[in-house]
Unconditional design. Sequence first.
Length: 324
Amino acid sequence: MMRRRYIFIVVILLLTFFTTFLFFKMQEKDLITKLDNHNLSENAYVLKTKEQNLDNYNATLVNSKKITDFQIHYQVKNKKNVSYFYAKGSYEQPPMISGTFFSSNDFLSEVPVAVVGRNVSKTLYSPFHQQYYKLNGQYVAVIGIMGDKYNSELDNQIFIAMSDANPSKLKADNTNIVLDSKDVMTKPTLTSKLANTTVSKQVKADLILTNHSWIRRHWQQTIGLLAVIAGVALATYIWIVGVSKQIRNQKFIKQSNKLIIWNNLLIYMGSFLVGGLLGTAIGQSQFSIKTNTMILYEFEGSLFIIASAIFYFVINRKVTKQNK
């Protein structure tokens, strides 16, 4: 009995450790997907306006009291790696290798400034201690280099601060406008405040197997989680097969059905908890999980509850059957 318990604990430990690794890989994949998308979240909106002067359009956004804590990207269509950038209030900034990202003063500056990806930084003009990016014959001072330990499309991006010193002269027809916010903005709020503007989600709520779906993006991790479920089911089945003889012995010494069922259930649940807690703790000490922690706990908790319920149901049937 003890040997079976130890083996079961080790199996659950390995399975929950592997589960923690899978959720870490999901977090990693989500981060890379976000960096590939100019560091924009899946809640970003695409704005299509009939207002051709985008400097005036930007001023409308800035002066709106109901549209706060946002970042807006004016992506140049014929230069896909160039975006004019403006932000208001609190917003999520990209990871930086060196220097700084834009501050509120940069959007008021009389000197145009830029932040570029690490691949672009290799092409900069660097006299003395200042780096410059040449755009349309103009040298723009670079104040920061973006990048992360993961390779992504952000490494090739150029963000230029939208300011009075840097009139973009962009036209709506030649620009993709994307608005993102930490707090999820509603479509009605945006359409009511932005005249002559069509608002749509950048990432649509597509079906299960389309390009933006969770399962398509994490198909490898999904297979891994199914393997974990199968592993728990197999380990539980082996436990039940092994405990059948023990149940006969317990019946022989006249233990009550209720006591037999609950003793076996408590030993199973205790072993599962010990293995699960150890596996998760060891996994989290090896892999830094920041965004998927609650989902990890919910998955493992659900697995524990469902497996315990199935174990109880099967053991109850076995005990009842032996009474006949």
